[in-house]
Design a protein around this ligand. Structure first.
Ligand SMILES: Nc1ncnc2c1ncn2[C@@H]1O[C@H](COP(=O)(O)OP(=O)(O)O)[C@@H](O)[C@H]1O
Ligand SMILES: [Mg+2]
Length: 297
């Protein structure tokens, strides 16, 4: 089992969109994926439709220190209102579940603040044989704001994924914000909680921007980041398909199988090298293909 956390020290960069789409393509590649919405503003929890909504969620997992069936919700990638002309398979080939965010009032942050083991409160329940037997990948979406919840999510991961927008200002903010994060969390290694390596994804590239130049700016700043961050080759462009897919509550590789599909596959192969070269079309369908849903337009 590999645990990824999608983090950024800045809001609105695309963490939730990236988490939802990465999770869905992994599930379509046949993996059993568990998403964890560790943002008190529950965008990921509202991204896809539910086929089964669990009575509990994140707070229960963190406070009880364990994951159980009653905090795992099941997702459906075929919402009734979907107007996409053609869905590749109708259902994901693997499995896609979520531990939804359920603590909007700030109690969870306060509760964590009072706990001496707060840094381990997400890692402990997730790095457990019960979870490892059921899932291949755990994917944690985090909040943009610094806080105990973000810290616990970072320390629960094996790999951090951080979207960074292709402009110099964002790149500089990325460097200073990430450095701050690493410096704040590095002492937790003394209690057995190492800060995982970070992979930066150049995210929302525009045709007008020379993304290669930006990559090299970020690479040059690695010295400051002490080699803890690497930049992925795959860049995610800014495209209307990402918003459209979110509106339709489906993964972007279903909405735009050619361009976004290609991007998402390449992202998967880089982030999860064991999947190198595998395509969703190669994975045997476990359920019969459903008839195409007619386009509304
Ligand atoms: N690749 C993309 N191209 C265009 N718009 C995007 C892309 N990724 C995300 N967005 C849009 O950017 C906004 C912020 O994305 P979101 O994933 O909610 O960010 P965060 O979770 O970091 O706050 C949303 O409106 C989303 O639809
Ligand atoms: Mg978000």
């Amino acid at each position: 089992m590999i645990t990824y956390a999608v983090v950024s020290t800045k809001g609105g960069v695309g963490k939730t969109t990236l988490t939802a789409n990465f999770a869905a393509i992994l599930a379509d590649l046949g993996l059993r994926v568990l998403m964890v919405d560790a943002d008190l503003q529950p965008s990921l929890s509202r991204y896809y439709e539910y086929s089964l909504r669990a009575p509990k969620g994140l707070s229960h997992m963190i406070m009880s220190g364990a994951v159980s069936d009653d905090c795992i919700s099941k997702l459906s990638l075929r919402p009734a209102h979907c107007t996409v002309p053609r869905l590749p398979s109708g259902t994901p080939q693997g499995q896609l579940d979520i531990i939804a965010s359920d603590g909007p009032d700030g109690t969870l942050q306060q509760w964590l603040g009072a706990r001496i083991d707060r840094g381990a409160r997400i890692k402990t329940p997730l790095h457990n044989p019960w979870v490892a037997d059921r899932y291949d990948i755990v994917l944690i979406d985090t909040q943009g704001a610094v806080g105990h919840l973000q810290d616990a999510a970072v320390l629960a991961a094996d790999i951090l994924i951080s979207p960074v927008c292709p402009d110099i200002l964002s790149a500089r903010e990325f460097t200073s914000g990430t450095l701050e994060l690493l410096e704040r969390l590095e002492p937790s290694a003394n209690v057995g909680l190492a800060v995982p390596p970070m992979k930066a994804v150049i995210y929302r590239t525009e045709n007008t921007v020379d993304s290669r130049a930006l990559s090299s700016v970020i690479r040059e700043q690695f010295v400051q980041l002490r080699g803890r961050v690497s930049v992925l080759e795959t860049q995610v462009p800014s495209a209307v398909a990402y918003k459209k897919a979110a509106t339709n509550q489906i993964p972007v590789h279903w909405m735009d199988p050619v361009r976004a599909g290609d991007t998402m596959h390449r992202l998967c192969w880089e982030l999860a090298p064991m999947l190198q070269g595998v395509r969703t079309s190669d994975v045997e369908q476990t359920s019969p293909a459903e008839p195409a849903v007619e386009a509304a337009e």
